[in-house]
Structures are given as C-alpha cells and as structure tokens.
Design a protein around this ligand. Structure first.
Ligand code: CAP
Ligand code: MG
Length: 434
C-alpha cells in the first residue's frame, strides 16, 4: 500500500525555472534548523509565503497549484523565490508583507531568516504612487537649485515647552537653517501640545522668512492613531507648512499609505522617520533589511527617509548607506549578489535620503563626500545645540562646515575666519560618536 503523501514542499522548488518579467522575486538569507534539509527549508519558505501549508490538501486544484511560489536558485544560506503577480494586490503593502514577511519568519524550519530584497515588477510598481515631490521638494518648496537641505531637531528630545521649542526654531531658522524637525517621540504631550506647537511655529517661521528672505519649513510629527494623523496633517497644512513628519515603522505601512494619499491632495511632502526599524534591520541573519524597508517607503511615496550617516552614532555601514542612496535616487538598480536584486522604478520619483544621528560640523564634509550628492537632507541635533555658543552659533558652525565642503577647503582653513566653526572643532574635532 503506498504511504499517504503527507507534505508537498518539494513541489515548490524548480531550479530550471526562469522568472517571468511579471514575477515578483524575493531574496532571503536563511539558517535552516537541524531537523530539515536545505530543500525542505526552501520548499517550506516558498510554500508558506504563497499558496501552501504544512500538509497535502484535498482542496487543491491545478489552477491554484500554478500560482505557487517557486524556489529557483539557492546556496547554503541564500534563496531566490519567484511568485506570480496574481498573488499580490497592487498598492497594498500590508498584504505584500503578510506574504513575503509573514508566517515564514515563525517556521520551525528556520533558526534565522532575513528578507534582504525583492524585485517588484513594473506591473506591480504601476499600482503605487511614489513620492508626491521627493527630490523635487528642494526646488518646489525651497526654490533652491540644489541641496543639501539642512534640518535641525530641537534637543533635549522631549520635555521642552512650545516656547522653548520655538526659541530654538527661531535661532536655527534665523541663522540659515531650512527645516526644524520634531524628534521621533515628540507628538502632543502635556508640555508641548501639538496644535499650540504648530500655531507658534508658523508665527516664528513667518518672522524668520521675513527677516532672512529665505523659505523656511518644518518637519512636525503627526505620529498618532491614523485618523488623528490625518487631522494633524491638515492642521499643519492649514498653517502653511509644506512638509510633515511621520514615524513610518511605529505607525505602519497602511497608515503611511493613507498619509501619502492625503499628502497628494494637500500638495505636501512626507518626512519619514524610521524609529523602531532596528528591531528588525540591525542583524544580518534575521529580520528585514533596511534596504527593503527604504524600497517600500519610496514605493508608497515618502519624500524623505533616514538611511544613516556612516560616521554617526547609529549603525550605518558605508556600503549599506550607498546602496540605499542609489535605491532612493536612481531609476535603475542592478543586482549585487546576496545584497540586492535588480529593480526598475518606472514612473516612481526619487526620494531624498536623510543623513542624521550623531552629526556635528566636524564630520559633515565626510558625510557629504561619502554621499557624493547634494540631493539629500543633513539633520543635526546635538551637534548644533551642544555648541558652546548655543543654537545660533551651532547653526552658523554647521552652515560654515557645509560651505567649506562646497568651497573644497578644509574645516581648519575655513575655521581661521569663522569663529563659530573654530569653537565647534575645539569641542568635537572630527569625533565619530558611538
Ligand atoms: C538625531 C535624532 C534622530 C536620529 C534617528 C535622534 O539626533 O533626532 O532621531 O538621527 O536615527 O533622536 O537621535 P542627533 P536615524 O542629531 O542629536 O543625533 O537617522 O539613523 O534613523
Ligand atoms: Mg530623533
């Protein structure tokens, strides 16, 4: 008597399969568990992330069988899985992630699993909006021919009153800064109520614009329950700001999609803060790459997103930052074995990368040189407010450091005629904070 077939995982492996242009192809890193073979593992990954489950099914028919994911290439720790487009609802990022980043992470078959990247086919890309402005915000909002845009986040992170927050905003805007950014954990606490902050910031912005003749804007944080975020975005819009900020990981993909729709209606730009990303991006053997998170955010349509500094206080290896810089700014991406897959962006506009975290005047030229583009946002918090002369001098020192890079002279050379920069270098030198 033939033994009843219990499972069918190897039906999800087809090593001679050539993915179609319309297939979505995902790249995973995996450490298999001891109880299963590599083929069992990659078959389980392709099965559970597409049409299958742990056992054979009496309810399966040929039409559905042909929708299955296919592991078509692997080595000891990497696997590529091709999925037919029919499995994926366009412009529904939560559904995509429930598939390629859902149950498979919890399977016993893997000790570790990391979603490194996925090639999103043009047919899928067409369903998404992408940034309303993206890199164009430099010209459309600030009327500048090129960046970098300079942002500053008032510190201490939270606790300041609206008055204290706005005093820092004035000091920064009047000394040449472009964008005053809320910190990721500042929303509407009793000491700094959202509506009051927006109202006061608008008054200070108008005063700074009148005094400097420059355009000023802010990255005011709307992070909250989704309907409340829509309300807060409208309050920011009604006070004449063109940007708003949202913590995209803690609020979730669905909320960011909702806010992207609203941003288009209100002709606004979204600054994406990525707080909480490191819970799943930090380790290279488990989780989801920051690279793929950045891809999803450009696809949904944020206009700016933090991707690291290389030299600052938060983990950001140079090759990862440069990969993400290219992912956000270029329209065509080629495959780099084990690190990223090819990607064509079609009609999706480029998103501005943001360098932030532990920056100060002594390291800005290094960051600008590493990024190799002025299509970016530099964000400096402690590196401005920690200046011995306070926020006004800290801002001037930061602007002077950027000017030194633009003039292709050393910071030391520039500092000879710029005392604010001199004092910044005296305090921090070119310290790389840990
Ligand atoms: C930077 C910052 C940003 C981090 C976020 C902070 O302040 O405001 O949230 O840059 O990290 O709270 O640390 P400092 P990332 O300029 O004072 O360091 O940019 O890596 O997402
Ligand atoms: Mg912060």
């Amino acid at each position: 008597m033939t033994k009843e077939k219990i499972e069918w995982y190897h039906d999800f492996i087809k090593r001679d399969y050539q993915p179609k242009d319309k297939d979505l192809v995902a790249l995973f890193y995996f450490d298999k568990s001891d109880e299963v073979s590599i083929d069992d593992t990659i078959g389980r990954l392709a099965s559970e992330s597409s049409i299958g489950t742990w056992t054979t099914l009496e309810t399966l028919d040929d039409r559905i069988f042909d929708m299955r994911g296919l592991a078509f290439w692997n080595d000891k720790h990497l696997v590529k899985i091709a999925y037919p487009l029919i499995l994926w609802e366009k412009d529904n990022i939560p559904q995509l992630m429930s598939g390629i980043a859902g149950n498979i992470f919890g399977m016993k078959a893997v000790k570790n699993l990391r979603l490194i990247d996925a090639t999103l086919p043009l047919e899928y890309i067409k369903g998404s909006k992408g940034p309303h402005m993206g890199v164009e915000a430099i010209q459309r909002i600030f009327k500048k021919n090129e960046g970098p845009l300079l942002a500053c986040v008032p510190k201490p992170k939270i606790g300041m009153t609206v008055e204290q927050h706005c005093e820092i905003a004035w000091d920064f805007w009047s000394a040449g800064g472009d964008l005053v950014k809320d910190d990721e954990n500042l929303t509407s606490q009793s000491f700094n109520v959202f509506e009051k902050r927006v109202e006061q910031m608008a008054k200070v912005r108008d005063k700074a614009e009148n005094e400097t003749g420059e355009i000023k804007d802010a990255l005011i944080n709307v992070t909250a329950e989704t309907h409340e975020m829509e309300n807060r975005t409208k309050v920011i819009h009604d006070h004449g700001f063109k940007y708003f900020m949202v913590d995209v990981v803690t609020t979730g993909f669905a909320s960011v999609q909702t806010l992207r729709n609203l941003a288009g209606d209100l002709d606004m730009a979204i600054h994406a803060h990525r707080a909480m990303h490191a819970t799943f991006t930090k380790h290279y053997t488990h989780g989801i790459s920051m690279y793929f998170l950045a891809k999803l955010m450009r696809l949904i349509g944020v206009d700016n997103i933090h991707i690291g500094t290389v030299v600052g206080k938060l983990d950001s290896p140079k090759e990862d930052v440069l990969d993400m810089r290219d992912l956000l700014l270029k329209q065509e991406i080629t495959e780099d074995k084990g690190r990223r897959l090819e990607q064509t962006w079609g009609q999706i506009k480029p998103t501005l990368p943001v360098a932030s975290g532990g920056l100060h005047p002594g390291v800005l030229p290094e960051v600008l040189t590493v990024y190799g583009t002025t299509d970016m946002v530099l964000q400096v918090g402690g590196g401005i407010h920690g200046h011995p002369g306070g926020t006004p001098a800290g801002t001037k020192a930061t602007v002077q450091a950027i000017e030194a890079w633009q003039e292709e002279i050393t910071l030391e050379e520039k500092a000879k005629s710029h005392p604010e920069l001199q004092k910044a270098l005296k305090k921090w030198g070119n310290l790389r904070p840990v």
